[in-house]
Write a protein that binds this ligand. Structure first.
Ligand code: ACO
Length: 322
């Protein structure tokens, strides 16, 4: 049986940077409050001519170049996003067209901040069963388009961006295991309460915004991410010391610190980009991975744990050898 191995990574952030000082001018907040509660100093925000798919295209091209893979070799495209360019076709189909790839399967995965972990897990199954041998997996978002820029409780938290990986079939590991969960009973704690089939009037009038019960989300995230660390280690008979790198979803530095503490891993083995990127939802893990691969921190053969928590609620992890 083949393993799914990362052959290349890529990331793309919008050029426009919005600092906490910029936000002080539009909502009642302060740089110190945002840094103390979240660890965020700045975020990148898409301009009018940038979209989820335009960011995804640039990230994908960089990952393909790093992997030395041509479009014609890719036999599956999966895009994790909550903010697709269109209701349909999927972001994956629009990305396929941008990359001039024809005929391979392409679809989106919607698991909010856990989207990339879900997408990676699905891609792994395709490769393990022999249904695909070269998969482009992208996490891409323009969350800024569904933020209420008058709501200080949410607008300070998020940013835009895209991250991508090329996964190739290999005799060597590779993704070792993935663990996915969801519980829809928490649907109202973190939501955009509007869509095509429900409250479409909010969508049509531009009032479809992220709403969040911050405290509840925070507590659930910390507890659940602690549990998923235990689940992943015990499923593989590993101890905490076997993990070389934690690459967590970048929601809040306090959530990341709590997970690192649970894993008893020092913060210099945890990749954090939240200070500069904010929470880019499905894009945050592949963006963080790309940063740490390109600056030489993460090396071939090292063991990485990805973990994420997000709206749904959804949560999950992927353990892999890089
Ligand atoms: N600037 C200044 N004050 C603020 C701001 C702001 N941007 N936002 C809220 N406040 C105020 C509140 O109004 C409140 O004031 P009050 O006491 O007068 O009512 C006070 O600060 C404390 O508010 P809390 O919501 O209790 O603050 P908390 O310490 O919980 O921090 C935060 C809020 C940062 C949102 C935190 O709950 C959090 O990080 N939650 C996790 C949610 C998250 O990360 N979501 C992202 C998506 S899910 C995921 O990816 C994990």
């Amino acid at each position: 049986m083949k393993y799914a191995r990362i052959a290349g990574t890529g990331g793309q952030l919008p050029a426009k940077v919005v600092t906490n000082a910029d936000l002080e001018k539009i909502v009642e907040t302060s740089h110190d409050w945002i840094v103390e509660r979240t660890g965020i100093h700045q975020r990148h925000i898409a301009s009018d001519n940038e979209t989820t798919c335009s960011l995804a295209e640039q990230a994908a091209r960089k990952a393909m170049s790093a992997a030395g893979v041509k479009g014609s070799e890719i036999d599956l495209i999966i895009v994790a996003t909550t903010t697709p360019d269109r209701i349909f076709p999927s972001a994956a189909c629009l990305l396929q067209q941008r990359l001039d790839i024809h005929g391979c399967a392409a679809f989106d995965v919607q698991a909010v901040c856990t989207g990339f972990v879900y997408a990676l897990s699905i891609a792994d199954k395709f490769i393990r069963t022999g249904a695909a041998s070269c998969v482009l997996v992208v996490g891409a978002e323009t969350l800024s388009r569904i933020l209420d820029w008058t709501d200080r409780k949410t607008c300070v938290l998020f940013g835009d961006g895209a991250g991508a990986v090329i996964l190739k079939a290999s005799d060597e590991p590779g993704i070792i295991s993935s663990h996915l969960h969801a519980d829809g009973q928490y649907k109202d704690l973190l939501t955009v309460n509007a869509g095509v089939s429900e409250h479409s009037e909010l969508l049509k009038s531009g009032r479809a915004f992220v709403q969040m019960a911050g405290n509840e989300v925070f507590k659930m995230a910390v507890n659940t991410l602690g549990d998923i660390v235990d689940e992943t280690l015990s499923a593989n008979g590993l101890s905490k010391a076997d993990i070389d790198w934690l690459v967590p979803h970048q929601a809040n530095i306090r959530i990341i610190n709590a997970t690192a503490k649970k894993l008893q891993i020092s913060m210099d083995r945890v990749v954090t980009t939240v200070a500069h990127h904010g929470n880019t939802s499905a894009a945050s893990i592949p963006l963080a991975l790309d940063v740490a691969v390109r600056d030489g921190r993460i090396k071939r053969g090292e063991t990485i744990l990805f973990e994420a928590f997000g709206g749904g609620f959804t949560w999950g992890s992927v353990l892999m050898k890089f």
